[in-house]
Design a protein around this ligand. Structure first.
Ligand SMILES: [Zn+2]
Length: 304
């Protein structure tokens, strides 16, 4: 029996997640012989107090018990508020290239993650394009090649963002939550850049809410992935590459034991495309349990 694919998407959202979390994940993945797609925030780490505000009270209480500062570090919590913000991937180009050179897929996550998630829905089309361009230029400077994939910060995108992304000729993007890869329909037009949606809840959404401890959360995600046709799991370098690194290693082993092959999103998409054309779907904004505000979500297949 050939193993089914579980797409692994690593979001790098903070300076320390880049500095400490990415090397740790690279080490774990090398040992477990797993490849993933790393999405790098490029510019200022202004996560600051938003790291805490964006979290569910349950997760915060859970972290406070073990120490929120231990999970994110006070430097991150104060970054961009009481202390100056620090750059993320642009501060560590060598670590970024190390991920690619180890055989992982790499892509753009953000220029300024916080600004995007707080203000995207009020941006003009020019401002949206400008933010995307800044992130893509930074990637080009680090890797000396154009990015092939992009993941919108906080799973939040807009029609303007999707239309501008289309001009980059990407192999794929992962800008939303959903159930399976699809082609987005924007203002009546079916775009060429496939979306590979994240399908599973993240640790920070679930812990302290639907799950009381990390091991039961990770075990449940393996079970859910084994039941889903095209599962995509999102991890955060500052969490699964930090205090939850050993839980993540257990997750990788459990996924393998369940007949799942962890792989970059590009491989999951290629596998799906071998089975026939992708559906065309609209996207909308909707709340997701455990997150503030709205996220972009895959809608039903459009009849065109
Ligand atoms: Zn992110």
């Amino acid at each position: 029996m050939t193993a089914r694919v579980l797409g692994l998407r690593v979001d790098v959202d903070t300076h320390d997640g880049m500095r400490l979390g990415v090397p740790r994940l690279l080490e774990i993945m090398a040992k477990e012989e797993v490849k993933a797609t790393f999405y790098l925030s490029m510019g200022p780490d202004r996560s600051g107090l938003a790291v805490l505000n964006a979290l569910r009270p349950g997760f915060l209480a859970k972290m406070t018990r073990t120490g929120a500062a231990r999970v994110y570090g006070w430097r991150t919590i104060l970054s961009g508020t009481l202390l100056p913000s620090r750059p993320i991937a642009t501060a560590f180009p060598e670590i970024a290239r190390r991920a690619r050179d180890a055989g992982h897929e790499t892509g753009v996550h953000a220029w300024d993650h916080r600004k995007w998630q707080d203000h995207l829905l009020g941006f003009s089309p020019e401002k949206t394009a400008g933010e995307l361009d800044k992130g893509f230029r930074a990637y080009q400077a680090i890797f000396s090649e154009a990015p092939r994939t992009y993941a919108a910060p906080a799973w939040l995108t807009s029609d303007d963002a999707l239309l501008h992304e289309e001009t980059f000729g990407l192999a794929m993007a992962t800008d939303c939550r959903g159930t399976e890869p699809f082609l987005p329909v924007v203002r009546g037009r079916t775009l060429k850049t496939p979306q590979v949606p994240a399908t599973l809840s993240t640790l920070d959404e679930a812990l302290g809410d639907t799950f009381t401890d990390a091991p039961s959360y990770f075990a449940a995600m393996v079970e859910e992935a084994a039941r889903s046709p095209w599962p995509v799991f999102t991890l955060h370098s500052e969490l699964e590459g930090g205090p939850y690194a050993e839980d993540f290693r257990v997750f990788l082993r459990a996924a393998k034991a369940a007949g799942l092959r962890c792989a970059p999103l590009g491989e999951l998409l290629a596998e799906r495309q071998r089975q026939g054309p992708l559906p065309a779907c609209t996207m909308h904004h909707a709340p997701v349990r455990g997150r503030h505000g709205v996220l972009s979500t895959q809608g039903p297949a459009a009849s065109i």
